[in-house]
Design a binder for this molecule. Sequence first.
Ligand code: SF4
Length: 183
Amino acid sequence: MGNVLLHICCGPCSIYPFSLLKEKGYAITGFFYNPNIYPVEEFLKRRDALYEFSKKENFGIVYFEYLPEDFFAQIEPNLSQTERCPKCWELRLLKTAAYAQENNFEFFSTTLLVSPYQNQEKIRELGERIAQKYGVKFLYEDFRIGFREAQNRAKEMGLYRQKYCGCVYSKMEREEAILGKKK
Ligand code: SF4
């Protein structure tokens, strides 16, 4: 089927895309580039959970160090979520596609497509636009069907499951929601 560079946001979200793409016969390499994650302790927890899963399943991953400056260079403060998130997806997809092109991957894709909380159509649109720019095919799959099952599997495996999307703003929004509920 070809080789695919799969952008991975965290361990639990990699479970279903990895199993589906493997079943379809793709050779998969993971790509952990997530400068959105805040703070560094959270970044390390997500990275380590992915490492644990990849060792179990025996697939390779390209890891990037913690680069919050990449995120803050693109995402200005005070953006609404609908303005902020597409920039965040684009940042990560651009890096994935560039690496895929430089390293002769036929396809690139992302585990962002597993989340029912993200805008699937917008991510698809971005992926397809970026694919044209880099000349690497965007492998689109609606992975959302496997989201719940993967979360359950992550729980059984004891993999770290995050409580917020990733950036400092999503962390603050969650904390505000908790405080709001407690009032
Ligand atoms: S909420 Fe999630 S997708 Fe949106 S900017 Fe923050 S980390 Fe990125």
